[in-house]
Design a protein around this ligand. Structure first.
Ligand code: BES
Ligand code: MN
Length: 459
């Protein structure tokens, strides 16, 4: 183990350089123009895995390729009784727009103090590279790995992991494992490393209201017909009450309440309303009454408008009654809500509310179940020991509000639980301009990973 930690310490500068090379690929999965960049990025990480001594290959799918890189090779085979763990990560990133708000270009990594700024630095290239670096340290120092490790790094996480589910089913035998390890969530701060035991699910859809057959002159016709933008606003306004609850009948029926034990644990997390308000840049917080902000954003379901479009968006004014209005919605779900059921409830209620003056269409989008796993399993306890060893502080148990749809497939297809060991800090700004990753999190993440394999193998 000493040789491993020494190797990690000695190679920090190179690891940062390599991460920067990885971050230079604009691997934006949502935009068709970046298909080639996704491919090149996948090739780069495959080659990197090969160079450090893994058996690595690039597997084409209907969408972006999946990278599989394993320590299983000449010295061990899948027939061995050794434990086997998967490390999952994603090389695709969110769109960088709006460009003008970046202090330096999103795909030209910049280091300031201990912050590495680039799209994809925290979400997720930096986080899974910490594990790759740790495994390299074992291989290069010829320290025997106490278990087998296979990396599965995909390129469609940010658009719903459409191809990976099929891929898991097709490679079920090869990917059979004791547990999956994912660093793609957050931690409160460097003194509070975290094991996340729950993620929210998601149900995405769009609501379209159509009025007149074309945009109309609002002076000539306005007042004699409904305005689709106004009708949509009125509809949406009925979906949240003044206590911050989602006002859709049946929405909370399947929600499993937070236990007193969990709420007590959450209350221990470092948190002040003032700091949090300043982090978000809002004049005041708002959320479901009776719950703390931490509970609201991780343990309670939500209904969010992600985009709202209608009428004229260009320069100056244009006097029209728009022909249509459209809202992009996602609801975040908690155990035991199910996306299909939620879409059903929302559609039913919207149809009831919709006035006869407009036509409504509802288009269902992607969905994922919420995730909840025991934080007291032997694997979870091994992970807590590795976190403590690397960060030098007692880890906390937490829930996260974001979603990683594939964790449910790992459970269904591979029957494997996932350990969520996030390395991002609250101000890393994933999905936003000036995304960053903290280099101390990067380094300590490598140590955590190095300890993890020993702790997991001995569990
Ligand atoms: N890494 C995030 C998920 C995440 C972030 C979970 C922070 C918990 C805390 C992931 O890359 C992501 O953004 N997922 C999407 C999934 C969606 C597109 C289906 C999300 O949560 O919006
Ligand atoms: Mn993301």
């Amino acid at each position: 183990m000493q040789a491993v930690t020494e190797f990690l310490n000695k190679n920090q500068a190179r690891f940062v350089d390599e991460l920067c090379a990885y971050l230079r690929f604009p691997s934006v999965s949502a935009q068709a123009q970046h298909r080639g960049d996704l491919q090149q990025c996948a090739e780069w990480i495959t080659n990197h895995c090969r160079q450090i001594g893994l058996q690595a290959r690039l597997c084409p799918t209907a969408g972006s390729p999946v990278v599989v890189a394993t320590t299983r090779g000449r010295h061990s085979s899948s027939r061995d009784r050794r434990s086997h763990f998967l490390v999952y990560g994603h090389y695709d990133v969110q769109p960088p727009e709006p460009f003008e708000l970046w202090k330096s270009p999103p795909f030209e990594p910049r280091i300031a103090g201990r912050s590495l700024f680039a799209r994809g630095s925290a979400d997720n290239k930096g986080q899974h590279m910490a594990h790759v670096n740790a495994v390299e340290a074992y291989l290069k120092t010829r320290t025997p790995l106490p278990c087998d490790i296979t990396f599965v790094i995909e390129g469609e996480e940010e658009v719903g992991s459409k191809s990976l589910g099929t891929f898991l089913r097709e490679h079920r035998d090869e990917l059979e494992c004791d547990a999956v390890v994912i660093s793609d969530t957050g931690m409160p701060d460097l003194e509070h490393p975290a094991l996340t035991y729950s993620l929210r699910g998601i149900a995405a859809f769009e609501i379209i209201l159509r009025g007149p057959s074309r945009d109309l002159h609002s002076g000539i016709f306005g007042g004699s017909l409904d305005n689709p933008a106004m009708a949509l606003c009125q509809l949406l306004a009925k979906l949240r009450d003044r206590n911050g609850r989602v006002a859709i009948p049946g929405f909370y029926d399947d929600v499993q309440p937070l236990s007193a034990y969990e709420r007590k644990q959450f209350a221990r997390l470092p948190f002040t309303v003032r700091q949090y308000r300043e982090l978000l840049g809002v004049p005041a917080l708002f959320g479901e009454k009776g719950y703390t902000p931490f509970e609201q954003r991780s343990g309670r379901p939500t209904f969010e408008i992600n985009g709202l479009t209608s009428g004229y968006q260009g320069e100056g004014s244009k006097t029209i009654v728009p022909a249509w209005a459209r809202a992009k919605i996602t609801t975040r779900l908690v155990p035991n809500q199910r996306p299909a059921r939620i879409i059903q409830l929302v559609s039913k209620y919207l149809k009831k509310l919709c006035p006869p003056t407009v036509r409504m269409e509802i288009e269902a989008g992607h969905g994922a179940d919420p995730y909840l796993v025991s934080p007291t399993s032997a694997e979870a306890r091994a992970a807590l020991r590795a976190l403590k060893a690397a960060f030098g502080h007692d880890p906390v148990l937490m829930r996260e509000g974001g979603s990683i749809p594939i964790v449910n497939e790992f459970k269904k297809v591979l029957k494997a639980d996932t350990l969520l060991l996030g390395l991002a800090l609250p101000d890393d700004d994933p999905h936003a301009p000036n995304e960053k990753f903290n280099l101390d999190c990067f380094q300590k993440g490598q140590f955590m990973s190095a300890h993890l394999w020993r702790e997991l193998a001995q569990r």
